[in-house]
Unconditional design. Structure first.
Ligand SMILES: Cc1cc2nc3c(=O)[nH]c(=O)nc-3n(C[C@H](O)[C@H](O)[C@H](O)COP(=O)(O)OP(=O)(O)OC[C@H]3O[C@@H](n4cnc5c(N)ncnc54)[C@H](O)[C@@H]3O)c2cc1C
Length: 465
């Protein structure tokens, strides 16, 4: 079929039950990360014939399981906690083994800034971080502005905090210098402190019930023993939906009867509903007709992730004990390093260059040099990883919102636009930017799309209130 030709599989609205029949596509899901795979599985389980089209040759998107030193390791999204109910439900449903990370048990802690990297005892790190975090969110106005963490647009006072940056809050506080050094290092995964929304960070803290322990637990307590690929695999086998890999979508055209999706090879698929589960940053590389406008256009133009992150797992010798290194944003080649697994001949170290000062494309020698800047005794044996910003199907790393973006985008971008149902961690009302947010968002989009198929308007748009 030539691009633009009338599709064969168009479904007439009057044929309300035809999404249940075998020969017609009831729903198309664009993008097979956690959000899209969840949506496709849920739609298929509801009896809707569902086709998932994925640009890469694998499912998983910004999760990525690679092999190094004979081990499966994750170089994309990896950590979660059982209080993140959406992901935990999947992990328990498929009985996937989990392992604890070294973050909370490592005996050796290092904190970096522009002057270098210095050792600190875990007890001192914990005490300083605890004190600094409590001061950071200690304004009694904050919980009042976020009375319902799962529905961030509940109180208009949040807009004022969303207009502020993390740096603004540091300036207001005037913390003890050492406490601030520790907190800046702990916050490095948000990217530039002067370009990250304070309101959005506070929503993260409210998602962690304003508790230091729960906030730390959000990031690095549990991971899947066999990698995130094992979860995607389980969902796919359980799903009953059709998967088309290596099928980048170039255009999505909607009309009053549904939407037509054009693939790079020119072929087209049509269905009454389409779940768009690509990263927000990627929407700008897909031709939407009619064009996306308003907040959707603004979000993809501006980007809603930290722009530069290279993630790696390094096989190193010379460092035999579990180690945690955190550095303030941009001050060291790697901002985050955490022991992944101890080996007989050294260890696997998870490393994130959040500012992109060192990338996988730089090659072994530059990465080895960067590693020695942070851990002088470390010898690099091997490395696997991924540069997310230059990946055309990600165009950025994990979700992180700039000042003003929470108010304009969250609980807004996931509202249906005609037959299009947007999903993804980037736009999840709760736990945005995280694995669990992707699953929650995918499940919700599937339900809304199902309601759309039966001609009903999703009543609960915006989620629990
Ligand atoms: C390095 C890194 C570390 C992270 N660590 C953590 C962590 O420890 N804990 C945590 O909770 N979260 C973490 N995250 C965040 C988490 O991984 C993501 O938020 C989540 O995986 C996103 O899922 P998603 O389905 O919304 O999007 P994605 O995973 O990006 O899925 C979107 C899919 O759409 C596909 N696609 C793109 N363009 C097209 C197209 N044109 N046509 C068809 N398909 C297309 C992509 O290939 C992809 O498969 C991390 C992210 C990164 C990058």
């Amino acid at each position: 079929m030539t691009p633009g030709a009338r599709p064969m599989l168009r479904l007439e609205r009057k044929d309300k039950d035809s999404h249940m029949t075998a020969d017609r596509i009831g729903a198309i899901v664009v993008g097979g990360g956690l959000a899209g795979t969840t949506a496709a599985r849920d739609l298929a389980h509801a009896g809707v014939r569902t086709v998932l089209v994925e640009a890469r040759d694998r499912l998983g998107g910004r999760t990525s399981t690679q092999t190094i030193a004979g081990r499966e390791v994750d170089t994309g999204g990896v950590y979660f906690h059982w209080f993140q109910s959406a992901i935990w439900r999947e992990v328990t449903r498929y009985e996937l083994p989990v392992v604890e990370s070294a973050l909370l048990t490592a005996a050796r802690y290092l904190v970096g800034d522009a002057d270098g990297v210095a050792a600190i005892s875990p007890e001192e790190f914990d005490e300083r971080q605890r004190r600094a975090l409590s001061a950071f969110w200690g304004d009694p106005g904050y919980p009042a502005a976020l009375p319902r963490p799962f529905a961030p647009q509940t109180d208009p006072r949040l807009a004022k905090l969303d207009a502020m940056s993390i740096e603004d809050r540091f300036r207001e506080l005037g913390l003890d210098a050492e406490d601030e050094r520790v907190l800046r290092a702990a916050f490095s995964d948000y990217g530039r402190p002067d370009d990250t929304s304070l309101g959005w960070l506070l929503q993260r803290m409210s998602n962690a019930i304003w508790s230091n322990e729960a906030y730390n637990a959000l990031f690095a307590v549990y991971r899947l023993r066999d990698g995130m690929a094992s979860l995607l695999e389980a969902m796919r086998h359980d799903g009953g939906f059709e998967v088309r890999l290596s099928s980048p979508v170039t255009a999505i055209e909607r009309d009053d009867r549904g939407a037509t999706v054009t693939l790079r090879d020119g072929s087209q698929l049509t269905a009454p509903v389409v779940v768009v589960a690509t990263p927000v940053n990627v929407w700008r590389s897909i031709e939407f007709t009619p064009a996306l406008d308003g907040p959707h256009a603004a979000a993809t133009r501006e980007g809603v992730t930290i722009p530069d992150v290279s993630s790696m797992v390094l096989h190193v010798r010379g460092v035999s004990e579990p180690v945690v290194m955190l550095s303030s944003f941009g001050d060291q080649p790697f901002e985050i390093m955490v022991t992944y697994t101890l080996l007989d001949d050294g260890q696997l170290l998870q490393a994130f260059s959040v500012s992109g000062r060192v990338t996988c494309a730089d090659g072994h020698d530059r990465i080895a040099e960067a590693l020695r800047e942070v851990l002088p005794e470390a010898e690099l044996v091997d490395v696997v990883g991924h540069d997310w910003p230059t990946d055309p199907f990600a165009l950025g790393g994990w979700g992180s919102l700039r000042p003003g973006q929470l108010t304009r985008f969250i609980d807004v971008l996931d509202r249906p636009v005609g037959p299009l149902y947007f999903a993804g961690a980037d736009i999840a009302p709760q736990f945005s930017g995280l694995l669990t947010g992707a699953i929650e968002s995918g499940a919700r989009a599937a339900r809304r799309a199902r309601l759309g198929l039966t001609g009903r308007t999703p009543d609960g748009a915006g989620g629990p209130r």
